[in-house]
Write a protein that binds this ligand. Structure first.
Ligand SMILES: [Zn+2]
Length: 312
């Protein structure tokens, strides 16, 4: 079906049927931007405008989880766009006026061969080939080296950084969480019940630990803990606001207490679609909208289930 035909079919559907959530669902939604290409001044300007509008129109501070200048793919982009490390850091500082900055991790077996990832569409989880996720060439030592390089870059360039993480390609496992805990990260947005964003580790863990779709939880190791707030779905291609209601109805099942994020890539260039979804969530799905500050304050995450990482 072409996107135009799909759009009109949806208009007809939603004229006849409003995909509401059950009255007793308590929905809380925030915004996480997977920020990969603000070395491109056009994407930087779009992202800056979105963060400002989100704050002005909906009083929400976006969370921008960013790829750093230590990343091989980002360095290639910085060279193409003549963006120095200092310039990238300056842009993150100015984005921090309207958003909170965290880390978005993309890691490779061999970072010098990062481009191979772009060409190897093989981890297939979607019915739609263009949505296919691809293989994570993933091993512990290269991951740790690249993760530390990200943190060093953040330190060296004095990025206004909060200990927030979202996984590139949704790749999360025990080693990644252990590294986050060791380095004091306190929020993660990598777990998802959406079919496009799951992987074997999170799928197994949420099923085995009887977590409900859209349910945040806390993981601990020694004295550290990290709050895992799910990503509900992505708005990279959002065109019709009521789609959000339909997607969440399907995903949430019997869940009644739901706290999660919407996500988008900066390069999706669909921030208007995101704003429309968030407005729809607040108005038609009776969602309260959160920012990092509200997750940090007593309240929303007070009574989430807690697990030790070693037995999760
Ligand atoms: Zn990414």
């Amino acid at each position: 079906m072409s996107s135009k035909v799909r759009h009109f079919a949806k208009k007809a559907l939603y004229a006849a049927w409003q995909p509401e959530l059950p009255r007793d669902v308590q929905l809380r939604v925030g915004m996480v931007v997977h920020t990969e290409r603000v070395y491109d001044k056009e994407i930087f300007a779009l992202t800056q405008r979105f963060a400002r509008e989100l704050q002005e129109r909906l009083s929400v501070r976006a969370i921008l989880t960013v790829m750093t200048g230590a990343n091989a793919r980002v360095r290639g982009g910085m060279a193409r766009h003549s963006c120095s490390d200092a310039m990238l850091s300056d842009r993150l500082h100015s984005l921090n006026e309207f958003a909170d900055i965290g880390l978005h991790g993309h890691y490779w077996m061999d970072p010098d061969l990062f481009w191979i990832r772009e060409q190897s569409q093989s981890r297939f989880v979607s019915h739609s080939p263009e949505l296919a996720l691809t293989t994570n060439n993933f091993a512990l030592a290269p991951f740790e080296t690249q993760f530390l390089a990200d943190l060093e870059w953040i330190d060296r360039w004095n990025v206004p950084f909060r200990k927030i993480y979202s996984a590139g390609w949704w790749f999360l496992n025990e080693n990644v969480i252990a590294a986050l805990l060791k380095h004091g990260f306190v929020f993660d947005f990598s777990v998802s019940w959406a079919p496009w964003f799951r992987n074997q580790y999170t799928h197994d863990a949420v099923v085995r630990n009887l977590l409900q779709p859209g349910q945040p939880f806390r993981l601990s190791s020694d004295k550290n803990h990290i709050n895992c707030v799910p990503t509900l779905t992505g708005c990279g291609t959002a065109d019709t606001a009521a789609d959000l209601g339909r997607i969440l109805r399907a995903q949430l099942g019997a869940s009644r207490d739901v706290t999660g994020a919407l996500c988008i890539h900066d390069y999706d260039r669909n921030y208007d679609g995101c704003l429309a979804w968030l407005e729809y969530a607040a108005e038609s799905l009776r969602a309260s909208l959160w920012s990092l500050e509200s997750l940090e304050s007593p309240g929303i995450l007070d009574r989430v289930p807690e697990f030790d990482l070693s037995t999760f």
